[in-house]
Design a protein around this ligand. Sequence first.
Ligand code: FES
Ligand code: FES
Length: 171
Amino acid sequence: MTTLALTINGRAYGPTEIRDDLSMNDFLREVLGLTGTKFGCGAAQCLACAVIVDREDGTSYTNPTCIVAAANFNGKTIRTVEGHAQNGELTALQKGFIEHFSFQCGYCTPGFLNESQVLLERLAKTKVARADLEKTIAEALDGHLCRCTGYVKYHQAVRDVVLADPDRYLA
Ligand code: FES
Ligand code: FES
């Protein structure tokens, strides 16, 4: 057994005792009931299970949860798909995914949403030239697998969010 304490979507959880081999995916879904984080391949190949990890310096990255022990997240601050909308108001990204019909079954959507959010926050700090935008989005979303929609509509949704606020994201 080991002790886990972390912050999820701005709320502190723990300290609580967990099994050493409990995966982060099982901790979120089975222990906390945060089932928005999905379990796909279970082998760090599809990233449906990815959550956002926030560093103390204000930067963030995504991390799979399926093959990672929950204990590895001790002391960390993370965000899951449940933390995006505020007071029932969807983010621009969430609205964009819906408007573009970016998903069908939605199983991959939390991972794409988290990855796209990290990208937007990165671009807000370090703007990108319009000429490099397509490549930047493609590189950011690379590695996320979708069996339904073929990726293009996710890409278009992210692009539209960026282009709707050029002063914020474009150099
Ligand atoms: S379920 Fe974790 S990467 Fe596929
Ligand atoms: S919408 Fe079904 S896997 Fe992506």
